[in-house]
Design a protein around this ligand. Structure first.
Ligand SMILES: Cc1cc2nc3c(=O)[nH]c(=O)nc-3n(C[C@H](O)[C@H](O)[C@H](O)COP(=O)(O)OP(=O)(O)OC[C@H]3O[C@@H](n4cnc5c(N)ncnc54)[C@H](O)[C@@H]3O)c2cc1C
Length: 267
């Protein structure tokens, strides 16, 4: 059966971001006690795979690297329709940068899934927001990667026509499996898990594996083995000028506003 793999990152629930804090000494974002949520763009990635499953009877596996207490939140992907979840969870992965994360995910895919046709990722996480993991994952898996995908079309689920959106322009790419796609929220509207989905998710496999279970090279994961080093963390100071233009004719105010925008170089 053709195989889709969806990369899903549990992130600190945006509703509780006020409880996050930056550890300036270690350069790590502390998230203890903050509940998790699925990274929203990853639901769109899952929906891409589920639509292919609905039409072409594919198997859909979700892979993730995150702490063990994210198991509960990952079950939501099973309730939405994924067939299985593999979670790589180990202290050895703690503090991994994007390259180390991509390496761990690639080893998880190689060891637990093997041959795959399509890997779908979100285009970026809402917490780290680097957008680097999908391309690095494609590198480790040795397959092409198409990013910023806003439309996915296929007649046979072997070759795909995808639209890459660069805001100022669009590019249409024809690509063949196996490949990695990273999709934006414009690609679809993710389904909401229904009651039957939630009940059936209890019987679907969700396997938690350690670094040694997937034979991950321990010199390629974790904070110490991550090539990116955080040198400094700071909240940028944004200086804003406020001026209220009032009185007189509205047209005069607009003229004055335009003059000021020209003066400051905005226009
Ligand atoms: C030097 C350094 C130190 C760091 N230390 C820590 C730390 O101590 N603790 C910490 O929590 N984070 C740490 N991070 C952040 C960590 O690197 C990112 O959380 C992780 O690598 C993913 O990067 P991103 O969030 O930018 O993903 P992006 O590249 O923006 O994500 C794009 C897509 O890739 C997939 N994806 C990304 N990450 C995962 C994942 N883990 N599982 C499944 N799919 C995924 C998803 O589909 C996602 O939508 C550190 C980063 C750096 C640079």
């Amino acid at each position: 059966m053709p195989q889709a793999v969806v990369c899903v990152k549990p992130i600190p629930d945006p509703k509780h971001w006020d409880k996050l804090y930056l550890d300036h000494k270690t350069g790590v974002l502390r998230r203890e006690g903050v509940p998790h949520a699925l990274n929203p763009p990853d639901k769109h990635a899952l929906e891409v795979a589920l639509q292919i499953k609905d039409e072409f009877s594919w198997d859909v596996a979700v892979v993730s690297m995150s702490p063990p207490d994210t198991v509960k939140i990952l079950r939501e992907t099973l309730a939405m329709g994924a067939d299985r979840v593999y979670l790589a969870s180990d202290k050895a992965f703690s503090g991994s940068d994007t390259l180390a994360t991509a390496y761990a995910l690639s080893e998880l895919i190689k060891k637990k899934i093997g041959l795959f046709d399509l890997v779908v990722c979100g285009s970026m996480s809402l917490d780290g927001s680097t957008s680097q993991v999908p391309a690095q994952l494609a590198h480790y898996l040795g397959v092409p990667h198409v990013t910023h995908v806003t439309k996915v079309e296929t007649d046979d689920a072997k070759s795909f026509k995808v639209v890459m959106d660069f805001k100022a322009s669009e590019m249409i790419v024809e690509c063949k499996t196996p490949l990695v796609l990273s999709v934006t929220k414009e690609v679809n509207l993710p389904r909401i898990a229904n009651v039957m989905g939630i009940i059936s998710s209890e019987n679907k496999p969700l396997e938690v594996v350690s670094a040694t279970d997937i034979n991950a090279d321990l010199y390629k994961v974790g904070l110490d083995n991550s090539p990116t080093k955080v040198k400094e963390l700071f909240i940028p100071e944004i200086k804003r000028k406020k001026e209220i233009l009032k009185g007189g004719d509205p047209e005069d105010i607009v003229d004055e506003l335009l003059d000021k925008l020209h003066e400051t170089g905005v226009l």
